[in-house]
Write a protein that binds this ligand. Structure first.
Ligand code: ATP
Length: 378
């Protein structure tokens, strides 16, 4: 349910009344509050409000971050999406999506799902120059937060050695969600010193061999992949390295039962298409096959041992916060996401930050393994 004030605002913004009623009925929109700022979060789409859209009490609208088309066969995918158009190639950084936005006099960090994230909001000005929002209050900075100390992911890219960092990859207008052209984004990032994902230059389909080489290099360097974008941002597509497909499977198989089967199938499929497109054979093929098998099985078998020995399937992660209260807010935030975490340890880093260790237990995976181990027959 949303309050009458928000209702009136959403109708004025063009959300059709019948769609609003449907969304309210099934919990597709939810009213929430962050440190005194009220907002509505769209869990489903409505008219031009994409999933993840946030409407603040101030009338500021931040559209959900759009889905990016995935290419699985690089050569044919590029032909199909871009035809003969040139496109920028950027690194796809492996982290979590954040939209930074100015509301009232605060800079808030929104998650993909449209929550104000207490952790990211507390840390965002460590990475972004606030001057940007003084000059452009109407723009939204979209980027990836990535590093080994992340609340949402167990691993970060290899070049973030500690803590977490922000990497800009899109600047959008409030209200419309329209992206700035790539060159304008790059100029603003440079002008305000905002860290940006690495850019590899402009390519087109005639440079496919260079792109294959780039993918191979990124894969060797344990990086996730690339995102290709026409200069006007009208066409965007992503492609993931074989390394990332196997590594995701390795991370996922630890919590095998907590993930949908599609998580694994999608990644196996992409790896198979890579091997087919590159005609990988012989020893190299065998290496991939072994790496995939190990990634799928080893952490899974380890989890079975853990539970068989009376333990639980769990993950431990650390983050750095400025206030301990932020760590407690994260526990509540995860509860709203339906996830149970608890604080294991708090360490004073004596530099204005606290390092907080959290533990997340996976009750479903634990229960399922326990039952099967105990001989459940079906
Ligand atoms: P979707 O299917 O909606 O794109 P997903 O979560 O399944 O979402 P991902 O494989 O995570 O898809 O890829 C999309 C995400 O990649 C973006 O939402 C963004 O957070 C992240 N990303 C990392 N680097 C970039 C980049 N350079 N440009 C755009 N997105 C990037």
């Amino acid at each position: 349910m949303v309050s009458s004030g928000f209702r009136a605002m959403l109708l004025k913004l063009g959300v059709p009344e019948d769609r609003l009623a449907v969304l309210e009925g099934k919990g597709g929109i939810t009213e929430d509050e962050f440190e005194g700022i009220r907002y509505v979060r769209f869990r489903d789409s409505a008219r031009n409000f994409r999933r993840g859209t946030v409407v603040f009490e101030t009338g500021d609208v931040v559209l959900g971050f759009p889905h990016i088309k995935r290419i699985v066969q690089l050569r044919n995918g590029i032909n199909r999406v871009f035809k003969s158009r040139p496109f920028y190639v950027e690194e796809k950084v492996d982290g979590y999506n954040v939209r930074a936005v100015k509301v009232k006099d605060r800079i808030l960090a929104l998650t993909r799902g449209g929550f104000v994230c207490p952790f990211t909001t507390e840390r965002i000005l460590d990475f972004i120059n606030e001057e940007f929002f003084k000059d452009y209050p109407n723009l939204v900075l979209a980027g990836e937060m990535a590093g080994p100390e992340s609340p949402y992911l167990v691993e970060g890219p290899p070049y973030v050695k500690e803590d977490i960092e922000f990497f800009l990859f899109d600047i959008q207008e409030k209200g419309t969600g329209r992206s700035l052209p790539v060159d304008e984004r790059l100029t603003l990032a440079e002008e305000y010193g905002i860290p940006h994902v690495e850019t590899f230059g402009i390519y087109d389909r005639s440079k496919i061999d260079e792109l294959y080489e780039l993918i191979e290099r990124l894969s060797r360097e344990r990086r996730e992949g690339i995102v290709m974008k026409t200069p006007d941002m009208k066409r965007v597509a992503k492609y993931v390295t074989p390394y990332a497909n196997i590594n995701d499977i390795k991370i996922g198989s630890h919590i095998f039962f907590d993930l949908p089967h599609g998580y694994f199938m999608g990644r196996i499929k992409r790896l198979a298409f890579y091997l087919a497109e590159k005609h990988v054979k012989g020893e190299e093929f065998d290496e991939y096959a072994k790496a995939l098998g190990k990634a799928l099985l080893r952490p899974f078998v380890e989890s079975i041992h853990e539970v068989a020995n009376g333990g639980e399937v769990e993950e431990v992660f650390t983050v750095r916060v400025k206030n301990i209260s932020t760590a407690h807010k994260m526990v509540t935030h995860f509860e709203r996401l339906g996830v149970k975490i608890h604080i294991e340890d708090i360490e004073d880093l004596k530099n204005g930050y606290w390092r907080v260790t959290f533990k997340r237990v996976y009750p479903n995976a634990t229960r399922e393994i326990r039952e099967l181990w105990n001989g459940l027959a079906f």
